[in-house]
Design a protein around this ligand. Structure first.
Ligand SMILES: Nc1ncnc2c1ncn2[C@@H]1O[C@H](COP(=O)(O)OP(=O)(O)OP(=O)(O)O)[C@@H](O)[C@H]1O
Length: 353
């Protein structure tokens, strides 16, 4: 992959000490009859080696586009631009968007692996789970005996009976078992990064929590970096080290999960916290976010959130805010973030201090 080597590490205010992935000005557009649909808009972020980054936002905000972009997996006719650099533990950095198809296949499984949204239905119903593992090991010329041993270890780490799993057909498994089998499959070629797009959305709350707990242990045991994508802020915030909040196809707030939960500084993040079910607040205090998120074909001028924002004024209609530093590990894109807590009060967390 020598041609794809990148030698410089651009420094930004969001730069990590030891990045495993850097994303610079990533955009995705679809050219449609009604105009150009911009479904990821100039996104820049660093992902730190070993961290769990939670990416949250409403449905349609561009979460899956961001996940797909990380692996150059945006479907045709989507056009992905920008720069995505992967820094393997050993060797030179790799420019993901310049890879040949065979190189990309290798990177996708052996370095950065992904559990796609709705992927549970991706199992072939005529093949056992074990055959799925063998197929993947074969396709990458990995030793089958060693690979299946690793599969067994992964199954037991995920609290599944290894022999039974390998000989089962997909329809013989529950949703939670299938999801864990997929996680095991995504880790079979020892990737460093696992990107998970709504991995637990189809499961009940108890099963979601139990899978998150298992992922927590697996992350440490296998030295993984996790990118966890979800619309469910409370679920992600209990699990992620850092949160990146997407609104209308761009990040509006990025920071330590605890800090964002306790002191969310973007009116949208605060509205999101208020709109999601939470055992600590009463039903009366829960509020859906009023208004609709923008159409990707006609992004509003200025701040994309201004049509729904209680703080929005004339400035916000023309002037798109840059990131402001809330703390060394917390940034927000809002002209008036210092007043966000008054404008969108929360009945729990930071505002009760
Ligand atoms: N193939 C496509 N062609 C054109 N537009 C698309 C295509 N796929 C997705 N989009 C649009 O891209 C935008 C972002 O979609 P994306 O799937 O990333 O959202 P999301 O935040 O993951 O939503 P959800 O939580 O519902 O999955 C949406 O407006 C969607 O309609």
């Amino acid at each position: 992959m020598a041609n794809n080597v990148v030698n410089t590490r651009e420094s930004t205010s969001r730069s990590a000490n030891d990045p495993i992935l850097t994303v610079r000005n990533a955009s995705v557009r679809f050219e449609m009859d009604k105009g150009v649909s911009k479904v990821l808009n100039d996104v820049t972020i660093d992902i730190e080696r070993g961290e769990t980054l939670g990416v949250v936002g409403e449905s349609g905000s561009g979460k899956s586009m961001f996940a797909d972009a990380l692996l150059d997996a945006v479907v045709d006719p989507g056009i992905l631009t920008g720069e995505i650099t992967y820094y393997p533990k050993e060797g030179d950095p790799i420019n993901v968007l310049d890879l040949e198809p065979w190189e990309l296949r290798e990177v996708r499984w052996e370095h950065i692996s992904m559990v796609f949204q709705g992927a549970m239905s991706a199992f072939n119903p005529t093949m056992t789970i074990g055959e799925h593992f063998e197929e993947t090991l074969d396709a990458h010329n990995w030793d089958k005996v060693e690979g299946l041993e690793r599969a067994k270890q992964l199954f037991s780490d995920l609290h599944l009976d290894p022999e039974r799993m390998l000989s089962s057909f997909p329809h013989e498994l529950s949703g939670g078992q299938k999801q864990r089998a997929l996680i095991a499959l995504s880790l079979i070629l020892e990737p460093e990064v696992l990107v998970m797009d709504e991995p637990t959305a189809a499961l009940d709350l108890l099963m979601q929590r139990s899978i998150l707990n298992l992922l927590y242990d697996i992350r440490d045991k296998y030295d993984l970096t996790l990118v966890f994508i979800s619309h469910d802020l409370p679920i992600v915030s209990g699990f992620a080290d850092r949160l990146a909040v997407l609104y209308a196809f761009e990040f509006v707030e990025v920071g330590e999960a605890n800090e964002i939960l306790g002191d969310a500084s973007h009116p949208y993040t605060r509205a999101l916290l208020k709109s999601t079910p939470n055992l600590e607040i009463s039903l009366e205090e829960m509020r859906p976010i009023e208004g609709e998120s923008p159409d990707p074909v006609s992004h509003p001028r200025g701040c994309s959130y201004h049509p729904r924002c209680p703080l929005g004024d004339d400035r916000c209609t023309v002037d798109d805010p840059e990131f402001s530093e809330v703390s060394a590990s917390h940034e927000v894109r809002c002209h008036y973030w210092e007043r966000a807590d008054e404008a969108v009060p929360l009945a729990f967390g930071g505002d009760d201090r």
